[in-house]
Ligand binder design. Structure first.
Ligand code: UD1
Ligand code: CA
Length: 457
């Protein structure tokens, strides 16, 4: 597609969100609403993307900095028509057509915009608008058509009489318009309506006498729904999730109960992986093939290699699990956790900034922080790396083949040499030489007949 510019209106207050945060920064699938719109716009390869900011402008512009967007401010939010008026000076160098998008329609698909573009070019009319039909159209501008089926006007819900309110065809708020016609129309807009705002859809009436309006009705109403309040946001999240699940299923991923899972926009999952119910797969998650993610797992910013089993209730954030590992149930992998091939982290273990070498096992109730663990190491139940002295963090190095008995403290900095054995209950505060046994246990004493003597006293 060529010869067009995109304008995104994102200055509105978002009053109906009842929020301190600008509406377009609320997140859908862990990505700001406006970012979804920008992605759709960018995939069409326009000459320029200009965004109108206003309410919370600095915060909004900051959130999307470094993306090659152009910005214009609408200081006072006097309506969608006024937002376009503010943008006109920044569009002077542009020619051809302008695709106008609302920053609060995040489910819009590039394919629909492509259809609008082509229909607009073929129609030869100066203005095209996208409409759809909703069962519950309340709140939207209605598309009023004459007896000949031609669009005559858009009437906002609040300005509509009872008869107009029965119309279910709504204005999506997405338009393609010839730039040479636009500025004339915008300057003629009036704010004589219930809201006292300059309505952009009023250009429809102006276009009637100047080349006509091309209304493109689209069946996919879900992609055209706007987000004005939090229930609409929650509904959009479901639609977005279902779309991603459908794509993943086609590529060979099983979701036992997709409706109970939540997925970030950038999720990657390999073939033949099974996701059990109630999983939350947040941003930056890349799961390889043939994995099994048990119920109630929460993953963020983590890479999971092939054939990994993550059992229920595990929480992973910033972890790398290289392949064929067993994790959980109830494991917590924190940033910098690296599980090399075939290693295991079992129940109630917390791993932070540590490497667990190939085929090593940390099976029960352990805290491993700032540690480097080699191959085929066995870390017993209740082992704790004492990595923090109140001021600084220190490192624990555990070489290949070490066996650590249960309930052991490793007081860092400390190194356990290759094949060393640490007896259960030991507090290791000095380096252990290769192949040695370390034991700090006090000798066990027996006082005979204790029970009988107690009874007599
Ligand atoms: C708008 C349309 C309505 C359409 C609906 C579709 C108008 C007057 N009405 O209504 O016909 O059915 O979208 O979702 O256009 N904005 C600004 N500056 C402003 C006001 C709004 O930039 O002064 C931006 C908002 O940030 C938002 C977009 O324009 O992204 C739409 O504004 P909103 O107030 O949500 O309009 P609706 O009432 O939904
Ligand atoms: Ca809206």
């Amino acid at each position: 597609m060529t010869g067009f510019t995109v304008l995104i209106l994102a200055a509105g207050q978002g009053t109906r969100m009842c929020s301190d945060r600008p509406k377009v920064l609320h997140e859908l699938a862990w990505l700001p609403i406006l970012q979804h719109v920008i992605h759709a716009a960018r995939s069409l390869d326009p000459e320029k993307i200009l965004v109108v900011s206003g309410h919370g402008a600095e915060q909004v512009e900051q959130a999307f900095s470094g993306q090659g967007l152009s910005w214009v401010r609408q200081e006072e939010q006097k309506g969608t028509g006024d937002a376009v008026r503010c943008a006109l000076p920044s569009l002077q160098a542009q020619s051809g057509n302008l695709l106008i998008l609302a920053g609060d329609i995040p489910l819009i698909r590039a394919e629909i915009l492509g259809q609008l573009y082509h229909s607009h070019s073929e129609s030869g009319r100066p203005l095209s608008l996208l409409s759809t039909t909703l069962t519950h159209p309340a709140g939207y501008g209605r598309v009023v058509r004459g007896l000949d089926g031609q669009v005559q006007a858009i009437i906002e819900d609040r300005d509509a009489n009872a008869e107009v309110r029965t119309i279910c065809e709504i204005n999506s708020g997405i338009y393609m318009v010839s730039l040479s016609h636009l500025s004339g129309w915008i300057h003629r807009l009036k704010n004589e309506n219930v809201q006292g705002e300059y309505y952009l859809p009023d250009i429809v009436t102006m276009a009637l006498g100047e080349g006509g309006v091309n209304a493109v009705h689209h069946e996919d109403f879900q992609s055209l729904e706007g987000i004005n309040d939090r229930s609409q946001l929650a509904r959009a999240e479901v639609v977005f999730r279902n779309r991603m699940v459908a794509k993943l299923m086609i590529s060979g991923v099983t979701f036992t109960d997709p409706s109970s899972c939540w997925l970030a926009h950038d999720i990657k999952i390999g073939r033949d992986t099974v996701i059990a119910p109630h999983c939350i797969l947040g941003p930056g998650v890349d799961i390889g093939p043939n994995c099994h993610i048990g119920p109630f797992c929460h993953l963020e910013e983590s890479n999971i290699g092939p054939g990994v089993h993550i059992e229920s209730f595990s929480h992973l954030n910033g972890a790398k699990v290289l392949g064929h590992n067993s994790v959980g149930p109830y494991a917590r992998l924190r940033p910098g956790a690296l599980l090399e091939r075939g290693s295991k982290v079992g129940n109630f273990c917390e791993i932070k900034k540590s490497r667990i070498g190939e085929e090593s096992k940390v099976s029960h109730l352990a805290y491993i922080g700032d540690a480097d663990i080699g191959r085929k190491v066995n870390v017993g139940a209740g082992t704790i790396t004492c990595n923090y002295d109140g001021k600084n963090k220190h490192k624990t190095v555990i070489e290949d083949g070490v066996f650590i008995g249960s309930d052991t403290q490793l007081i860092a900095p400390v190194r356990l040499g290759k094949n060393a054995v640490i007896a259960a209950g030991t507090s290791v505060s000095k380096d252990v030489p290769e192949g040695a046994l370390a034991i700090t246990r006090t000798l066990q004493k027996h006082i005979p007949d204790w029970h009988e003597r107690k009874k007599k006293s």
